[in-house]
Design a binder for this molecule. Structure first.
Ligand code: S3P
Ligand code: PEP
Length: 448
């Protein structure tokens, strides 16, 4: 029934659903008119945790996300001897000034791209031997570009199964400085990973970026977070070269923004059901690239109010389609738009997102497959898809063990009676209580 067996080991204790569950959704019983708060950004959470671990002093983070991705990040850091105290969404981290207390350990990164791509460089600055393991899917996701860069800077990497992927053993004796060239054409996280550790290289490190970077704003988020902890990256050559002097992160007290990628599902729900959703604690000026969704919702006929500390979306009786949009900068919302598209009055084409074939699943193939199960006409392209207007028919859908597939497809369940999604627990990667939130907004949610 479900083709893509979930990798249960990658679900953390913060996951809220049991094995074998399916969720059955039914349309809203009243129009949505709500103000919400959304948990902290996964991207800021894991950047802040890793920097705080490397910092001098005790950092206090507020608005930390509690989900699988942040759980595996904290667990790995704890296994490296970092003291982390969690009190709700407030987390205190005692920094190690770049010296890992435990010099031999096996670390599990789960299905978290941020942990798999940020931890190797942070380990490479230390002295020790560490084994990195991850979910089944993680061993298929690209890592070679980052690992080659680390090898060229003096880190020894042995692969246990396939060259260029986890599981692997990393033997480090400090990260050399100098120059390294890295491509961000498949993932921006390779560049972010190198940057996060760069202040602790033995000599100044110059990172040269080769070619176009997908989702470049995530690199800017990394640079912003480094600056917030007192390190001053020197960005030159239109952002293509970044120099980092040997320096130390200084502990801070920081409040993290809500996760705009998660906000996207809630704004899209208002768009789709002609409702109103205001999300507090976020400004449209955020660095998080998925905020771009607002422009497309506007183009589709929604009304957006951008306050200083909130963003509100009001839906429309008929969504407008008939356009093409490049998802290169904010591709985590590709699935959200693909799920809205059948309800628009013209086809929607999403382009420049070939890299999402390397995310939690091959997202382009997966969304096409699932939309077709609903009777929707879809064309798959190498770098995206075209979705045609149609009336989705209820079906049992497979989220391919991908949180964003489940959350995006759940939008359709707010309009189509009896839509079922297998393994709803996969939402715990970034939003463990997604279905409870959906239910609180009036969508019918039954676990069967
Ligand atoms: O650095 C980050 O926090 C992220 C970078 C992006 O990944 P890629 O650059 O690998 O596409 C994004 O899709 C992911 O959800 C978070
Ligand atoms: C691509 C994603 O995650 P990761 O950090 O694992 O790359 C995502 O959350 O959509």
């Amino acid at each position: 029934m479900i083709q893509h067996e979930p990798d249960r080991e990658a679900r953390s204790p913060w996951s809220q659903h049991q094995e074998g569950q399916t969720v059955r959704l039914s349309p809203l019983h009243a129009q949505i008119d709500h103000t919400l708060r959304i948990p902290g950004s996964k991207s800021f959470t894991n950047r802040a945790l890793i920097i705080a671990a490397l910092a001098k002093g005790t950092t206090r983070l507020q608005g930390v996300l509690q989900s699988d991705d942040s759980y595996w990040c904290m667990k790995a850091l704890r296994e490296l001897g970092v003291h982390i105290d969690v009190d709700g969404d407030t987390v205190t981290v005692q920094g190690n000034e770049g010296q890992w207390a435990i010099s031999e350990a096996e670390l599990y990164v789960g299905a978290a791209g941020t942990v798999a791509r940020f931890l190797p460089s942070a380990l490479a600055i230390g002295k020790g031997v560490w084994t990195l393991k991850g979910s089944r899917r993680m061993s298929e996701r690209p890592l070679t570009v980052l690992l080659n860069a680390l090898s060229s800077l003096g880190c020894d990497i042995q692969y246990q199964e396939n060259p260029g992927s986890v599981p692997l053993t990393l033997q480090a004796n400090g990260l050399n400085g100098g120059e390294v060239t890295v491509s961000g054409a498949v993932s921006s996280q390779f560049i972010s990973g190198l940057l996060l550790a760069a202040p602790y290289a033995k000599e100044p490190l110059m990172i040269r970026i080769d070619g176009e970077v997908v989702q470049r704003d995530y690199v800017e988020m990394t640079l912003d977070m480094m600056r917030a902890f007192g390190v001053k990256p020197e960005v030159q050559d239109d952002g293509r070269t970044i120099a980092i002097q040997p320096s130390v992160y200084e502990a801070r007290t920081l409040s993290l923004e809500p996760d705009v990628s998660t906000c996207g599902y809630f704004w899209a729900l208002a768009a789709l059901t002609n409702g109103r959703i205001r999300i507090e604690g976020i400004s449209a000026q955020t660095r998080q690239p998925d905020i771009e969704l607002l422009h497309v919702l506007e183009q589709m006929g929604c009304t957006i109010t951008r306050g200083e500390t909130f963003v509100e979306v009001r839906g429309t009786a008929r969504l407008k389609g008939g356009f093409t949009v490049s998802m290169q900068r904010w591709s985590d919302q590709t699935l959200t738009l693909a799920a809205l598209a059948p309800f628009a009055d013209g086809p929607i084409t999403l382009t420049d997102a070939a890299h999402i074939r390397h995310h939690e699943c091959d997202r382009i193939a997966a969304i096409c497959q699932e939309l077709r199960k609903l009777g929707i006409q879809v064309e798959e392209h190498e770098d995206g898809l075209t979705v045609h207007p149609g009336q989705p028919q209820p079906a049992l859908l497979d989220p391919h063990d991908d949180h964003r597939m489940a959350m995006a497809l759940s939008l359709i369940g707010a309009r189509v009676n009896g839509l079922q999604i297998a393994d709803p627990g996969c939402v715990s990667k970034t939003c463990p209580d997604f279905y409870e939130r959906w239910r609180d907004l009036g969508v019918g949610v039954d676990f069967i």
